[in-house]
Design a protein. Structure first.
Length: 85
């Protein structure tokens, strides 16, 4: 029988490692997950923010830390460095 893991357990296992967060908007973030709460609000450090411009270009910004609102998160990709193009 396969073991079952709940979504918050999976996110908990990602604390201290890199994660790629895709938002509902045109923004994406990669960084080291420091923590999260029951609403999946997240604190990331050593962050790279990616913003897809209307022209199709990918604008990047570096941040020391950021707090992401869980309501705006679309998808999480553990262990990823973000978009490649």
């Amino acid at each position: 029988m396969a073991s079952q893991i709940l979504p918050l357990e999976l996110i908990d296992r990602c604390i201290g490692s890199r994660i790629w967060v895709i938002m509902k908007s045109e923004r994406e973030f990669t960084g080291k997950l420091l923590g999260f709460d029951d609403f999946v609000n997240m604190v990331l450090e050593d962050v790279t923010e990616f913003e897809r411009l209307p022209t199709g270009e990918l604008k990047t910004s570096k941040l020391a830390q950021t707090l992401l609102n869980g309501n705006n998160i679309c998808m999480l990709v553990p262990g990823s460095e973000g978009p490649t193009s």
